[in-house]
Design a protein around this ligand. Structure first.
Ligand code: HSE
Length: 452
């Protein structure tokens, strides 16, 4: 194995360290699978580390590493959207393939980065950017290549799922669980990205582009976090046979039916799903993506969505793919070989760039979902009739209703589950309900999906 593949790892945080450990632990497997010697030649780190192999060059100048003759593949795990972007563009310009775990960067600048990579005949691989160790990018780009994807729904933030699980199972306070997720290396540098759904929205933008062959449109993802979810709602949902999960949805709508617009829904929000759905039982830091495609039907992909080992596994899967693109051991002319093989690689967003579609992304008020409503009403005769009449006038079909005895306290929540309705209709109905004299608080609404 004379012809070595030289890696640079930019960033030695949780993921960078995880990649070094994986290579050390599994070196023999990597060699046997690729037929190549895989070596780390340089690492990008702000401060010198004495726990790094002395044969590896440590350099704080990331741009120099991105252009180094001593590097074939640049692994970017520094995160952020400024320096990371400059370094990746520089690496591409210098003919390096790039592996990145940076979903924020790709969600915001992926269209530009992928086009630049195409123009320079290199590949930017990003399995680690979505759902940690689950090979969902590979599945959707390759294994489902013959299917038409109708929708996908996923738990795509490990920290959020960890928090929701611990709150429900152990009644632990939100802040306490978030601290633990940070200590375990699951959370983003800014944990509001996890709990406000921004991290999930980054990943959803990537999944949706691959699913539907549309350009990346992170700015059009509707996004709602989990900070407003109360134990009260968790318990009412359970009582009605549902569980609240923080989900990302990408749904293709054909415009059939009343008030329905054609286009794609991209949304991240807490969602009631049936307790017996497989997704409802994906707990802790686990992620899962459910894909509904034709003619295959539903398939579910599940595994650890955050943490050093899971993310390093995805990073190195990409490295192994690129090692093959870089050619065989007996070909010394790497640059021409690299160019030739690149043409056979799956396109960045799975569809040929010229074939990306301009299908519109629907606005929030055009989206269709079921709803859980919690309405606080005074215990007066006719209040329930008023609420149900408003819903019926708006054409909203009630699926279940729950009210505890109210006579002792004089005021009690009424819980209503509805069948799917266009959001603009639900907005009007809620506005009317909140104007009733008997209604004391804002109506709490959480979306609901049967995942059927
Ligand atoms: N903060 C992310 C999560 C890490 O919790 O899922 C993986 O993207």
């Amino acid at each position: 194995m004379s012809n070595s593949i030289k890696l640079a790892i930019l960033g030695l945080g949780t993921v960078g360290t995880g990649v070094i450990n994986l290579i050390n632990d599994n070196l023999d497997e990597l060699k046997r699978r690729s037929g190549r010697n895989i070596i780390i030649t340089e690492v990008g780190t702000r401060r010198q580390r004495d726990d790094i192999d002395p044969d590896i060059i440590q350099n704080s100048d990331l741009m120099a590493i991105a252009a180094s003759e001593n590097v074939d593949i640049v692994i970017e795990v520094i995160g952020g959207t400024t320096l990371a972007k400059d370094v990746i563009m520089h690496a591409i310009k210098n003919g390096k393939h790039v592996v990145t775990a940076n979903k924020a960067l790709l969600a915001e600048y992926g269209n530009e980065i992928f086009a630049f990579a195409e123009a320079n005949n290199v590949h930017v691989a990003y399995e680690a950017a979505v759902a940690g160790g689950i090979p969902i990018i590979k599945v959707m780009r390759e294994a489902l290549a013959a299917n038409k994807i109708d929708w996908l729904a996923g738990i795509i933030n490990g920290t959020g799922n960890f928090i929701m699980t611990e709150m429900r199972d152990k009644g632990r306070p939100f802040a306490d669980v978030l601290n633990e997720a940070q200590e375990l290396g699951y959370a983003e540098a800014d944990p509001t990205f996890d709990v406000e759904g921004i991290d999930a929205a980054h990943k959803l933008a990537l999944l949706a582009s691959i699913a539907f062959g549309i350009p990346l449109q992170f700015d059009k993802v509707y996004c709602e976090g989990i900070t407003g979810i109360t134990l009260q709602d968790v318990n009412y949902a359970e009582e009605l046979g549902y569980r609240i999960k923080h989900l990302g949805f990408a749904v293709r709508r054909d415009g059939q039916g009343d008030n329905n617009a054609a286009g794609i829904e991209l949304r991240v929000h807490p969602t009631l799903i049936p307790q017996d759905a497989l997704l409802a039982n994906v707990n802790g830091v686990k992620n899962a993506v459910l894909v509904n495609s034709h003619p295959l039907g539903q398939t579910l992909y599940c595994g650890d969505g955050a943490g050093a080992g899971a993310t390093a596994s995805a990073v190195m899967a990409d490295v192994m793919d690129l090692v093959r693109v870089l050619g065989s051991t007996d070909n010394d002319d790497q640059s021409s070989n690299n160019e030739n093989n690149h043409g056979h690689h799956v396109p960045h967003l799975a569809f040929i760039p010229e074939q990306l579609s301009d299908t519109p992304i629907l606005r929030a008020e055009q989206m269709t979902t079921g709803y859980y409503l919690r309405v606080h009403a005074n215990d007066n005769p006719g209040v329930l009739a008023d609420i149900t009449r408003i819903l019926s006038d708006a054409g909203i079909n009630i699926d279940a209703i729950l009210q505890k005895p109210a006579h002792k306290v004089g005021q009690v929540p009424v819980i209503i589950l509805t069948l799917p309705v266009v959001e603009s209709q639900m907005n009007l109905a809620i506005e009317k309900i909140e104007k009733l004299d008997t209604i004391t608080d804002k109506v709490v609404r959480i979306r609901l999906d049967e995942l059927a």
